[in-house]
Design a protein around this ligand. Sequence first.
Ligand code: NAD
Length: 338
Amino acid sequence: MAAVKLLTASDIARLVKEVGLPRFVDGLIERMEETFRRWKELKVVPRVSFSYPWGVMEAMPASDSRLYAVKIVNGHPGNPARNLLTVAALGILADAETGYPLMVADATLPTAFRTGAACAVATKHLARRDSRVLGIIGTGAQSEFLCYAVSRVVPIEEVVFYDIDPLAMKKFEENARSLGLRARAAGSGREVAERADVLITATAARGRRKVVERGWLKPGAHVNAVGGDAPGKTELDPQILLEAKVVVELLEQALVEGEVQNVGRGAVYAELWEIVSGLKPGRVSESELTVFDSVGVAVEDWAALTYLYELASERGAGLDVDLLPSPPHPKNLFALLR
Ligand code: NAD
């Protein structure tokens, strides 16, 4: 029998509750850091993206010598108006030795968790260790995942937040409280940026926006720029990038999709794996500005899907289904039709 594990979003939510959110997230942050440290052993390529007037569709493969993963994901900022998520995804994990799929999983929750974990790894290496105020602009679907993960690596005492949608703010406030985070609503993105030691931008809008201006940032602030992740879709004042120590995931992809598409290669200090591996120093002074220009890379999904597969297998989560054919002889596939 060629069984494939089917892991739905509800299965993942149940698994996270069983493991416990802090343990699940801490484990994923650790796995993410280890994955960045193993960067040179992994097969890493930029994703393949197709753009449409209403959004983007992306295919994201990554592998080590044993496990191959691919995610398909979208980015459709107009979706919430149709009662759909801006970002929804599906992941497949396969055994690289035989090529057989091992798991088909929702990758919407894993995307949110892995983006949070990647921001946490960047924050750990780039933010001031005494960062107490976390700011977030854009409190949509990703926001709680991002804030919670970051709060696991720096001693956050307060989360200041803003969204142009009052309902998204109300939802964030309730969810943040349930996570034990002290959440304080701000009246503007500027107010958030002016108060934040660590700032997350996670807005969804097409176009080259300036959700944050250079003059609003505190000396020594660290920015996790998450929402600028496609050609022509950015959030930061380019002056920030020209003055800050800018770290990307994968240079080739960031130059097309990230904030740095507005300023070019010269503004990039390092790829995150170089910092995590100790090849280049992260933060070196209390006053420098740092930016993690995240667009999301396939290796992060690989880390999340392999982590989930291990946990799900250990705990018997998901459903093993006969998705693939098992003919009587490998050359007699046609037997299935007779
Ligand atoms: P979402 O649509 O659920 O939330 C986005 C929020 O931004 C909305 O609540 C919207 O009202 C708000 N917003 C838009 N413009 C704003 C502005 N100028 N100021 C304040 N708020 C504003 O989207 P999501 O799923 O939370 O994703 C957020 C962004 O992150 C998207 O752009 C998505 O493409 C991106 N993303 C990046 C990664 C990554 O790895 N870097 C991963 C997932 C999502």
